[in-house]
Each structure stands twice: as C-alpha cells, then as structure tokens.
Design a protein around this ligand. Structure first.
Ligand code: GDP
Ligand code: MG
Length: 481
C-alpha cells in the first residue's frame, strides 16, 4: 500500500535535524517502492525520486518544521505536479453543442459515465442552500463559502444534455443507456443495431442542434482489448462529430494486482488511444474500489493529457472533478479534503433556479424558500458530514453540530404553523407582535425565537443579494459577522 510505504519513509526521519543525502536515502527507497507498487512506471518513478531528493537535500532547515514534514511537503508538491498540477476543466464549445466522445475498453464504465456526466452537467449548484446552512450554524465561516463561489463561479451553469447510443454491438447496450437517460431525465438518441456508429453519431448531433441542446455525450462500444476495428470505428465517429472533448475512460481497478503485465496494459492503453484517436483527457472510474489511485499518477505522464473527472461509485452523483492536490493528499494519507461547494451541488431544475434568482434579486425570498432550502440542505447529509466537507472550516465541536441540527428543527416547527400569507410576506411578522406571539404559542417556541427567525430571514435576503453579486463577478462583500 502506497500510504503505508510512505508512512514508513516519514517515520525513518523522526529525530533527524536536517535532511541530508545520507538520511533520506532509505526513505527515498521506500517512496520509490511505494510508487512502483502504485503502478507508476519506472522512468517516472526515477525522475520523481531524483527531483524530490534534489529538493530535499538543498532544502535547509525551516524553523518549527520537522524534516519529515518537510519531506512530506516536497513529495506532495511533486505528486501534484506529476498529475498535472491544476484541475483541468471540461472544455465547452464556443458555439453550438459541445460534443463529448467517450472511448475505452469494455466494462470500464463508459455507459455509466455518459449518464453521470449528463447528470453532473445538468445540475446547478444550490449555493443558496449552502448559504442557508452556513448561516444557520456557522455564520462566522460565511466568507469561506463566498471565496469558494468566487473561484468557481463559472461552474454554476446547468446545461441541457443529450446522450447518443453509438454502441451498436449489443441491443442491451442501447437499452442500458435509454434506461439511464430516463432515470436522470435526459433524452437519448438511438437507432437500430444495423446502422453504423458514425452515422448514428452524426444524426444524433443534428438532432441536438435542432433542439438547441448544450452538450451531446456519445457512448461508444468497447472491446476486451485494444483492436483495430475498435480504433477504426472510433476514428470514424470522431471524424463525423468533430468533438470538443474525447475522453478516455480508464478503470482504476485494472492492474491493481500490480502484476507487471497488467500494469503495462494500462500504460499501453492510454498511450495507444492517445496516438490512435487523439484524446483530450481521461476519466478515471471505480476509484471507490480498493485502488489507492495509482492509475491517477501515470495518465498525465504517459499521455500528456489530464484526468478531468473521477467516478467514485455506481450512483449518478458519483462523478466529480479530478483534483491533483486532493489526490496527492489521498495518496499520502493526509486526508481527502473535499470541497464543500462540489458536495453542495444537487439537481435543481433550471426553472426553479431562475425563479429563485429572481426572488433573490427582488428581495422576495420568503419562508417557503427558506423551508425548501433547509430541507435540501438536510438532504445533503448529516450536519456534521456537511461541515466536514468544507475546507478550511477547522474544528466544529459536536456540541455546535447538535446546536445547528436543533436550530433546523426549531425553525421548521415555526414555519410550519405560519399561514400562507405569512410565509410569503415575512413583513407581516416583522410588523405584528400578535402574529409572532401566535406562532410562538402554536409551535411551542418562545416569542424571542420567532423574532430571531424573522430577523434571520431578512439578514438572509441581504446576504443572498451579496452572494449573487459575487456570482456575477463582483467582489466579495465585507461581512459583519
Ligand atoms: P462500459 O462497458 O464501459 O459501458 O461499462 P458500464 O458503464 O456498462 O459499466 C460496467 C460496470 O461497472 C457496471 O456494472 C457499472 O455499474 C460499474 N461501474 C461503472 N462506474 C463505476 C464506478 O465508478 N464505481 C463502481 N464501483 N462501479 C462502476
Ligand atoms: Mg457500454
């Protein structure tokens, strides 16, 4: 296991004052072995170890930093570099539909990825939900969310998608795609098994253009092994489509047994696909398995193309961007720092989102929306899980979490006894102590709690307006709390 291998390496440096050629020799051997065991190819490992050693020996002493920590940092940064450094976003066509062609061997998860990807592109970030949540339990951390939003504001657009079934070898493959499409409410273009894949792809694209679809995702047939007929077919499909992205789907589980032969297969696979059809990136699937992500380490190195997305399970929501620094963290066993914004994403119908946006802009956000969103937040998982997913959140005590959960319930109880008019016009409650009193009595809460809730809603309106400003390119507003 890569992680344990590296841990041994760090432990050998305990008690050492400064990194030297001598004392890093043994840890470097562990690192080398760990990388090889994680399927990284020998030339890559050699370069890696050399680079890390050079930096480590020349590193000098940093006050307050232990040499083993220093080495961890150097290795981490090298791993990130090895995997391409930055997140590689999907590219979208400037005009007309974006076409994403998926390729890969049989059983790696192409068809599943088709649907997952459509689901992923369709969904809109329910950033408002995250905001509600944060203001419920940790107002002081609101700026973290705003910063994340600012960095990611381009990722907030939902897209309309269409799937094209160009795997014609088994009728079951077409049905599989149709079923998935239905499940996520995305149209599937299919023809009979006697039509050439390139033809189907072309017709599918025409239909997508007619319907002004944003993204067309094309499923293709795989084989158990690379063969000429598959490559020829893919070339034809590619030619017919002129795709924006050609993504090679790679199974993280293959080659896991670390047998030399299997490992070679994967490297050959990535290289061959790249040379033969020209890929723009890769999707690594089945990362939920035992694999520690060794495959992730070599794709970029052998093909020059980045991993763009990773699949972590069979459910539609199990697809996320590939973050080299997180993967490096995982490889090093330093914890998977998931970004809150990604997880705060959920399917939201476009109309709902637009409606909400209008409401926010006109400051009409009311208790119905409030309720809808607190419920959506509740669906994101337990409060503690959600908090755990926010980078930079630091420690939140169990007591604080219980507090937040309790708050959610209290608010729901109060909103539940409001009249429809009160829910739509919070002003009614702001103006009338009698109404607040009635709500307190009916919900079994105190008048003070009702007043707090009303105040919170008005605060939220202000915050949401600010937030929208950020999403539309403004600067992060200064927050009083
Ligand atoms: P294709 O032949 O490349 O189209 O592969 P499929 O999409 O049909 O997937 C093959 C099998 O792998 C199916 O049983 C999927 O449910 C499963 N699968 C796909 N992606 C993942 C993943 O990320 N994790 C896990 N655990 N299973 C996956
Ligand atoms: Mg398939």
């Amino acid at each position: 296991q890569l992680t344990t291998g590296l841990e041994t390496a760090w432990n050998k440096l305990r008690g050492v004052d400064v990194l030297s050629k001598e004392n890093i020799a043994e840890p470097m051997r562990d690192i080398r072995r760990a990388l090889l065991e994680a399927d990284v190819s020998l030339p890559v490992v050699r370069r890696f170890v050399q680079s890390v050693s050079d930096q480590a020996v020349g590193a000098g002493v940093i006050r307050g930093v232990r040499p083993d920590q220093q080495l961890v940092k150097i290795v981490h940064d090298e791993l990130v570099k090895l995997m391409g450094g930055e997140v590689s976003e999907l590219v979208f066509a400037k005009s007309g539909p974006t076409v994403i062609l998926l390729a890969g061997l049989q059983g790696v998860g192409k068809t599943t990825v088709c649907a997952k990807l459509a689901f992923y592109l369709k969904k809109l970030v329910k950033i408002e939900d995250a905001l509600v949540f944060l203001s419920l339990c940790c107002t002081k951390k609101l700026h973290i969310l705003l910063e994340l939003i600012k960095k990611k504001k381009n990722g907030f657009q939902g897209k309309s998608c269409m799937l094209v079934a160009a795997d014609v070898y088994r009728p079951a493959a077409i049905d599989q795609l149709k079923i998935l499409g239905e499940k996520i409410d995305v149209p599937v273009y299919a023809e009979g098994v006697d039509v050439k894949p390139a033809e189907i792809a072309k017709h599918g694209l025409e239909e997508a253009k007619e319907k002004s679809i944003n993204v067309v995702i094309v499923d293709t047939a795989g084989r158990l092994q690379i063969d000429k007929s598959m490559m020829d077919e893919l070339k034809e499909v590619k030619q017919a489509l002129n795709p924006t992205e050609v993504l090679l789907v790679v199974d993280a589980m293959t080659g896991q047994e670390a047998a030399g032969g299997k490992l070679k297969t994967r490297i050959t696979l990535v290289t061959t696909f790249n040379i033969e059809i020209g890929i723009t990136g890769a999707i690594l699937t089945k990362l939920d398995g035992d694999s520690r992500g060794g495959a992730a380490l070599s794709v970029k190195e052998v093909s020059g193309k980045p991993i763009k997305l990773v699949g972590r399970g069979e459910r539609m929501e199990d697809l996320e961007p590939f973050y080299p620094d997180r993967m490096a963290g995982r490889v090093l066993g330093m914890g998977d720092v998931l970004s809150f914004v990604e997880k705060a994403q959920e399917v939201m119908r476009q109309e709902d989102a637009e409606e909400l946006q209008k409401k926010i802009m006109s400051a009409k956000f009311d208790f119905n929306d409030f309720l809808k969103q607190t419920r959506a937040v509740a669906q994101m998982g337990s409060v503690s899980r959600v908090i755990g997913m926010i980078p930079g959140m630091g420690k939140v005590t169990p007591a604080q979490i219980r507090e937040a959960e309790k708050n959610l319930n209290i608010m729901e109880a109060m909103i539940n006894v409001m009249t429809p008019e009160e829910r739509e016009q919070p002003e009614l409650l702001a103006e009338s102590a009698a109404r607040r009193k009635r709500i307190a009595t009916e919900s079994g809460k105190t008048e003070q709690q009702v007043s707090q809730l009303v105040a919170q809603l008005f605060q939220m309106r202000v915050r949401m307006k600010n937030l929208l400003g950020v999403m539309q390119g403004g600067s992060i507003p200064a927050l009083s709390n």
